[in-house]
Design a protein around this ligand. Structure first.
Ligand SMILES: CCCCC/C=C\CCCC/C=C/C(=O)SCCNC(=O)CCNC(=O)[C@H](O)C(C)(C)COP(=O)(O)OP(=O)(O)OC[C@H]1O[C@@H](n2cnc3c(N)ncnc32)[C@H](O)[C@@H]1OP(=O)(O)O
Length: 277
């Protein structure tokens, strides 16, 4: 039985089920029998990742880890989009402080999500460009509904996916496919993504998607958790350490790029284009 409870303060596993009480940017549902968490991104219309959404995700991930969550499904409340990636408005004419705070929270959230000891599965129920693809790639398993698009499209926007975005892709689809996809900023249909291994399974609809996500977690939760998590983090440690040891340099890269007049011009045009659609 799934129980969703609104709450105002953080508390024990049995009493707290929604951590974004003031904004509801993240809906958290926990199965009281199995402990499985469903983290649903809920920033309409397209779950663009602004500071507040990233912070709500980070807070939820910390809480789940502290409460020894046995498994988590990441999904979206939107019918069209899993996540539209980084919020373009966070990068358009920001102050230095705002840009730094934003990028630092993106790093925090990714580090937490990529390194969870418990199994994670992305139930990708919509489009998943750029930062949305990063979130999906940070989970251990990806299941996607048909006829949507996923990929790191940064090159097509005239920007460069940061090294850790690229590493995540390389770890999943291998050097050659990642190089081709990243150079082109290629977006894949669900079916193409399955073919190259960017997603692991396709689902027929949302119900099937969630069933398959639970099936994956059931299988993982049958394994000895400590051994499971040691192997997982072992596989991910090089990618994680690169960012953890280079956080300041990565922030500097972002700040150096985001304030370039050409980047601001591209951003403005892209935002206008999306609004006119
Ligand atoms: C980009 C420059 C960065 C410079 C910094 C330099 C380097 C650092 C590297 C940064 C790495 C960047 C990673 C990213 O994630 S960048 C974001 C990339 N995202 C996209 O390209 C996706 C853009 N969105 C879409 O393609 C579509 O919206 C969709 C996700 C396919 C959904 O389509 P649909 O359901 O038809 O919705 P709409 O297009 O009508 O959009 C609804 C409203 O949402 C606004 N929107 C969409 N995406 C974003 C976004 N990423 N950020 C903020 N707002 C977004 C859109 O404008 C509509 O607004 P409106 O209702 O006011 O018209």
């Amino acid at each position: 039985m799934f129980v969703l409870r609104q709450c105002l303060t953080l508390g024990t596993k049995s009493s707290i089920r929604n951590f974004s009480a003031t904004t509801n940017l993240v809906n958290l549902t926990i199965n009281e029998d199995t402990g499985v968490a469903i983290m649903e991104l809920n920033k309409p219309p397209v779950n663009s990742l602004n500071y507040e959404l990233l912070e709500a995700m980070h807070r939820t991930l910390v809480k789940l880890e502290n409460e020894k969550c046995p498994g988590m499904i990441l999904t979206s409340s939107s019918r069209s989009t899993f996540s539209a990636g980084l919020d373009l408005l966070e990068m358009y004419k920001p102050t230095v402080d705002k840009a730094r705070r934003f990028w630092s929270m993106l790093q925090n959230t990714w580090i937490k999500l990529y390194s969870t000891p418990y199994p994670t599965v992305a139930a990708i129920n919509g489009h998943s460009p750029a930062g949305g693809c990063l979130l999906a790639m940070s989970c251990e398993h990806r299941i996607m509904v048909p006829d949507k698009m996923i990929g790191l499209n940064e090159t097509q926007l005239g920007i460069v996916a940061p090294q850790w975005f690229q590493d995540c892709m390389r770890n999943i689809i291998g050097e050659r496919q990642a190089e081709k996809a990243l150079i082109a900023g290629r977006m894949f249909t669900s079916e193409e993504a399955l073919k190259i291994g960017l997603v692991d399974e396709l689902a027929t609809d949302k119900e099937d998607l969630m069933q398959k996500a639970h099936d994956f977690l059931d299988e993982q939760m049958g394994l000895p958790p400590l051994a499971r998590s040691v192997v997982k983090v072992g596989f991910r440690k090089d990618t994680l350490s690169k960012l953890i040891n280079g956080r300041e340099a990565d922030i500097k890269m972002f700040l150096d790029n985001v304030f370039q007049p050409k980047v601001q011009e591209s951003l403005e045009n892209y935002i206008q284009m999306l609004k006119k659609k």
